[in-house]
Design a protein around this ligand. Sequence first.
Ligand code: HEC
Ligand SMILES: [Cu+2]
Length: 288
Amino acid sequence: MLTALASQSIWTDQPVTAANSWRRDFRPASLVLRTGETVRLRLESPDVVHSFALPELGIDAVTVQPGRPSWVTVTAPMPGTFVYYCTIVCGDGHFAMRGLLVVTDDGLAPGHAPPRLVREYWREPAPGAGAGALERGRALFRKSGCVACHGEGGRGGIRNPNSMNATVPELETLARRTFLFTPADVARFRAIVDASPAWEALLPGSGLPLAAAVTRQYLATRQVVLDGRRSSRLDPGGPQPALDMPAWEVRLDGPSVDAILSYLLTLDGAGARTAPLATVPAREGDMR
Ligand code: HEC
Ligand SMILES: [Cu+2]
């Protein structure tokens, strides 16, 4: 049995009682199956509507109504680690609401610990009133949940089965992709954007290289954040990728989006870093 809990943003395999709801000490479910094994999973919700999807094993979204159990049949085809998702925005922590199904030849838990999925970004403090754009942007990137899909520091690598690159795009090279190639260019651009809502008019006279291209690219990126974007399928016959870019227009105002983008633009040092991405160590808490 798996119980979906919006308040904790987890799927748990523990019984939910008044006492442990109060203590908020649920253990995220760790499902371990033997290769070839088939189980029927009972899905429950004591709070709001959730939805269970396990795209890598061909299980499309199954709605889980509060107080009314749903069932899914899961067959473990091969050893590996498979991610299941909630696909209905169910609370502040929704974007972290994923769990792991581990399949091993003997059906025993693997010797190594599976990666931890839940990172309680939504409980992090909101940026203080006096915070600058950069600090606000960093805090909002985490607190809003961008970090749950785009990874710590925008480093990406979060699995999104059957999407174009199989992972959610990284955002740490956003500066280069915005035609800002040096830290000085980033700093100049940020100073203008942070200083005035009329920055679009100010940029051409600022001496920033490629100002028109930078403006176009920045506005396009900003629009993706506000409007969201559905992930395209790599294999048209395969499952819809579980993670789409949500539309943030209803949750974040324009200045907040600018603050987040400001922060993201500072991440890659605009080409200053030469180490290939693969050498960046995986952090605990990132889901690969
Ligand atoms: C539920 C997962 C999820 C969350 C949460 C999320 N994103 Fe995304 N984001 C995606 C996916 C998936 C894409 C790629 C969509 C596509 O295929 O076009 C994307 C694309 C983007 C892009 C365009 C990247 C590019 O290379 O063109 C930007 C910028 C972006 N996200 C910023 C953000 C910001 C800022 C936040 C937080 C306010 C955020 N995202 C939260 C999943 C997410
Ligand atoms: Cu959810």
